[in-house]
Ligand binder design. Structure first.
Ligand code: C2E
Ligand code: CA
Ligand code: CA
Ligand code: CA
Length: 279
């Protein structure tokens, strides 16, 4: 820094200042995002590599801020997590995904899975199992149709409370998927202890597997692990036919990614599913 002289230093502090201004604006905006109706969900289909059928959809949150424009989840979710706003926002996500997902099931006449991302912070809330149970009841949604995506760090975190809450949620019959699998710190023993229902191979491995032997090795190992545990495995970030074919040849059950579709509003999902299934 010093060797860059006054200008380098100035730029550095300006960047710091604007980063903290941005952070404050985001935090202030997040507090009102729900009441201002600025949050919405988009959905991305999950496709069976064996049948080509759509098995379910993952709900992904979008924040269209009146003041800041469209803000990416990777920017605002960590802040919402830090401030605790993720708790009411996460509850809104759960309720909205169950309502919209149930309507889609009825429209399509089949039991599509509705996958919802749940933050670690939500697993510190004693009320979570009750909220999940009531949401299922309100929407007459089969618990087996709801899948909660958690990151493996929840399993490793030394939090007995999170574990109790996870067990309670599981006992409702709701399914649990480990998101971004392979990027965290869990081991086989955690996965076996909590008998999760599904693993999601992180998109970084899928992206690199055609060009990087290690990524291909991890991808193959996760597929083999899931087969050995008799649970299903979903690859995310599938962007090409080559990705799809390689995953299918390794025995991966399902795929999700831009190759099939970017996330879309629920109104477009019916048409999207039909299009994916005729081709
Ligand atoms: P994630 O759960 O791992 O979601 C997958 C991300 O990859 C999504 O980004 C999705 O739009 C994107 N994606 C899908 N297909 C492809 C592909 O083929 N290539 C590439 N490069 N990317 C693809 P998005 O929607 O921006 O979400 C980012 C992250 O924000 C999510 O990662 C998740 O960790 C978090 N997030 C999103 N919605 C929620 C939510 O409702 N609650 C919580 N707690 N976290 C959420
Ligand atoms: Ca996810
Ligand atoms: Ca993921
Ligand atoms: Ca991710």
């Amino acid at each position: 820094m010093k060797s860059e002289g006054r200008n380098g230093y100035q730029t550095f502090t300006d960047d710091m200042a604007s980063a903290s201004t941005r952070k404050r604006q985001l935090e202030a905006g997040l507090n009102h995002a729900l009441t201002l109706n600025e949050m919405e969900l988009v959905y991305q289909p999950q496709i069976s590599l064996k049948s080509g059928r759509v098995t379910g959809v993952e709900a992904l949150l979008r924040w269209r801020s009146g003041k800041l424009g469209l803000v990416a989840p990777n920017e605002f979710i960590p802040l919402a997590e830090e401030s605790g706003m993720i708790v009411p926002i996460g509850e809104w996500v759960l309720k909205t995904a169950c309502r919209e997902g149930r309507a889609l099931q009825l429209e399509m006449g089949r039991a599509l899975t509705i996958a919802v991302n749940i933050s670690p912070r939500q697993f510190q809330q004693d009320a979570l199992p009750k909220t999940v149970r009531e949401t299922l009841e309100e929407n007459e949604l089969d618990p087996a149709s709801l899948e909660l995506e958690i990151t493996e760090n929840i399993l490793v975190s030394d939090s007995p409370k999170a574990m109790t809450i996870l067990e309670k949620v599981r006992s409702l019959g709701v399914r649990v998927a480990i998101d971004d699998f392979g990027t965290g710190f869990s081991s086989m023993s955690y996965i076996m202890r909590f008998r999760v229902d599904r693993l999601k191979i992180d998109q970084s491995f899928v992206r690199d597997m055609a060009v990087n032997e290690d990524s291909l090795a991890v991808t193959s190992a996760v597929i083999a692990l899931a087969a050995g545990l008799h649970i299903t495995v979903v690859a995310e970030g599938v962007e090409s036919e080559a990705h799809r074919d390689l995953l299918a040849s390794k025995g991966c059950d399902e795929a999700q990614g831009y190759f099939y579709s970017a996330p879309v509003p629920i109104e477009r999902m019916r048409e999207l599913i039909r299009g994916l299934e005729v081709s």
